[in-house]
Design a protein around this ligand. Structure first.
Ligand SMILES: Nc1ncnc2c1ncn2[C@@H]1O[C@H](COP(=O)(O)OP(=O)(O)OC[C@H]2O[C@@H]([n+]3cccc(C(=O)O)c3)[C@H](O)[C@@H]2O)[C@@H](O)[C@H]1O
Ligand SMILES: Nc1ncnc2c1ncn2[C@@H]1O[C@H](COP(=O)(O)OP(=O)(O)OP(=O)(O)O)[C@@H](O)[C@H]1O
Ligand SMILES: NC(=O)CC[C@H](N)C(=O)O
Length: 578
């Protein structure tokens, strides 16, 4: 059981600031810079940090905290294997440290740092142009989307750093997910904890973090300031939502979610430790708003950070492409989104009408490009090879591939980033055409089950969340939400010709993918055994498609991509024994 010091214990801690050290203060103004760094852009991130330092000076802050691995961005992956990259990041850190000269701000700078022991995920504490302390992350996360042990050496349990005479504990992100680091810091006299993070979003994460900090502050009787970064980075979205908490579950400030923020808080030492003059407590995002904002921020940053301004997508009159179009408008603005309807002989009048209506409501550029001639021409040219073989998926996939090809042509010519639209249910079972509708650079729905897509479409029709740029009102025509999903690749086709109803499919997939259940356990939930076995088979044999699929934002505890590494060539099948 974790050690729980009492207030008396707090007052009798073994560690006290040295008498010869800086004068002890009873007041601290602490600034947290909740920023959006770009991975690898060391000079751009340095400029952001310098601007934050100026803001901290202007705010008369005593301490400025930046987020984890700030100058490289979180997470730089195998860039860390390049000695020059590490050297450049360390030089930028030294340059930033030098900038603190002549200011009253102590900078707490998380950065990659090479020590005799190896490469570390570290924090430098800089005062008046000098590094006054270095602290090394002890708990290196190595599960799901994290693999820090591939790069870093773990640091030792360390003492607090004396900042303006106050012993401050600096646990780094994963360090607070285990009791021992904070417990040691408290034992050694820490009076305040400053925790820099690179903590990506997924369902309930904001509440999970609060629970953790509530536990640490209760165990150690020390307040904590939790700083997270913001922004999209390939498959991850960082949601910010930084906060401060005193022991006793007292939330003293709450920063913005999915937006940058600069939070200044005033702390005073009293008989019972440090307390904060409570600051602004912004509302946490709701269950519906959070995944929408994660998709919007992920999409916006993917487009902008990769040098694009505009996006293009194929708009079918179905729900998936309508939702992606709305997200793209929220992310980039209507002027920067281009939708293309590409009808073939199986495309219904209703789809053409619904696609146009959706585009008009969103205010985007909309073009209709028929694929009738190029598909028919391809089929005529292939006829000598196909002979008298019956029509099958081959002909359907040519339609899809023609649409993908033409969208890529528009992307090449106009310089817009192509978006793809396959939801998590489809991507799970391979219900998408490789090099066809799977074409595209980024897929906002990759980690969103189909029923969730419906739910969020209805929700977006009555909300314009956060800093979204799209119009208010019913941007997705209800006809699109109400109709049966269809790929329209042959007459009268619906998704349910090939798949079970989506509520059933999603429940089975959640069991297999997110909850790691066995087939027997899912059958015990009331699902048909033959169906569960079929879905598991489809899931496994579609791994090759997912491995070639566009990235998309992680929204759930288990997303396809970084955090779910399955073999493509895979002989394992779970079968109910008995
Ligand atoms: N292990 C492996 N490694 C690498 N490649 C592998 C492979 N196994 C098959 N393949 C290749 O993949 C091909 C099969 O995949 P693919 O060509 O995608 O074709 P396939 O998966 O057979 O068909 C596409 C599916 O997507 C559905 N769908 C739903 C909604 C919309 C759309 C749309 O397109 O708009 C499509 C459509 O109804 C159909 O069920 C094989 O012919 C083979 O070339
Ligand atoms: N006629 C079309 N014009 C333009 N794009 C199309 C057309 N048909 C399909 N697509 C593209 O292929 C994607 C896959 O089709 P799919 O049927 O899975 O999705 P959807 O039409 O958006 O939604 P739903 O599955 O609910 O019908 C679409 O999202 C769209 O990007
Ligand atoms: N950067 C980290 O150490 C992140 C790990 C931590 N488990 C989180 O998701 O917040």
């Amino acid at each position: 059981m974790a050690h729980r010091p009492s207030r008396c214990y707090w007052q009798a801690r073994s560690f006290r600031p040295p008498q010869s050290g800086p004068p002890v203060t009873d007041r601290l103004r602490i600034a947290l810079a909740q920023l959006n760094p770009k991975v690898g852009d060391i000079s751009g991130n340095l400029a952001l940090a310098r601007s934050a330092l100026s803001d901290a000076v202007a705010a008369k802050a005593d301490i400025l905290l930046l987020s984890e691995l700030f100058l490289t961005g979180y997470f730089p992956d195998d860039l860390l294997f390049k000695p020059k990259f590490v050297a450049d990041a360390m030089q930028a850190a030294r340059d930033l440290v030098a900038d603190t000269a002549g200011t009253d701000v102590v900078l707490v700078l998380p950065t990659v740092w090479l020590e005799k022991t190896g490469l570390h995920n570290a924090v430098l504490v800089a005062e008046n142009g000098q590094i006054i302390a270095t602290r090394l992350k002890r708990e290196l996360p190595n599960s799901d989307v994290f693999y820090e042990k591939r790069y870093f050496v773990a640091g030792p349990l360390a003492d607090p750093v004396i900042i303006k005479g106050v012993p401050i504990g600096i646990p780094i992100c994963e360090d607070i997910w285990h009791a021992s680091v904070c417990e040691h810091l408290a034992m050694r006299g820490a009076e305040i904890m400053l925790c820099p993070n690179g903590s990506p979003y997924w369902t309930s994460k904001q509440h999970v973090r609060k629970d953790l900090v509530r536990a640490r502050t209760a165990e150690d009787d020390v307040p904590m300031l939790y700083l997270n970064q913001v922004g999209g980075q390939d498959e991850l979205v960082f949601d910010g939502a930084s906060f401060g908490m005193e022991p006793g579950n007292k939330l003293v400030f709450q920063g913005k979610s999915f937006e940058t923020d600069f939070i200044v808080s005033d702390w005073t030492r009293g008989d019972n430790g440090w307390t904060c003059a409570s600051g602004e407590v912004t509302e946490l995002t709701t269950t519906d708003e959070a995944p929408w904002l994660a998709c919007v921020l992920g999409l916006r940053d993917y487009v902008h950070k990769n040098g694009f301004k505009q996006a293009v997508l194929n708009l079918s009159g179905g729900i998936d492409s309508a939702v992606v179009a709305a997200m793209a408008v929220d992310a980039l603005g209507a002027d920067n989104v281009h939708c293309i309807m590409q009808p073939y002989q199986y495309t219904s009048e209703e789809s053409i009408k619904d696609a146009r209506e959706c585009a008009e409501r969103l205010g985007v550029r909309y073009d209709v490009v028929s694929i009738q001639d190029p598909v028919d021409s391809a089929l005529a040219n292939l006829a000598p090879i196909f002979g008298d073989r019956p029509l099958d998926l081959t002909e359907e996939n040519i339609q899809s591939r023609m649409r993908g090809l033409l969208m890529m042509a528009v992307s090449n010519k106009l310089g817009s980033l192509p978006l793809t639209t396959g939801n998590k249910s489809e991507m799970a079972v391979g219900y998408a055409t490789i090099y066809g509708d799977m074409n595209g650079g980024y897929n906002p729905l990759k980690d969103m089950f189909k029923m969730e897509v419906y739910r969020l479409a209805a929700w977006r029709n009555s909300h314009v969340p956060g800093d979204c740029l799209g119009p208010s009102g019913e941007v997705i025509p209800v006809a699109i939400i109400a109709k049966a999903p269809s790929a329209e690749l042959r007459p009268d086709q619906t998704d349910q010709d090939s798949l079970p109803p989506y509520p059933v499919l999603d429940a089975i997939l959640k069991g297999i993918v997110e909850d790691e259940l066995s087939i027997a356990e899912i059958v015990a939930q009331g699902h048909d055994q033959a169906l569960v076995e079929r879905i598991e088979r489809l899931l496994n044999i579609a791994e090759y498609k997912r491995r070639q699929a566009a990235p998309g934002p992680k929204l759930t505890v288990k997303a396809f991509g970084l955090g779910r590494r399955y073999p493509i060539t895979n002989g394992y099948t779970d079968r109910v024994i008995g």
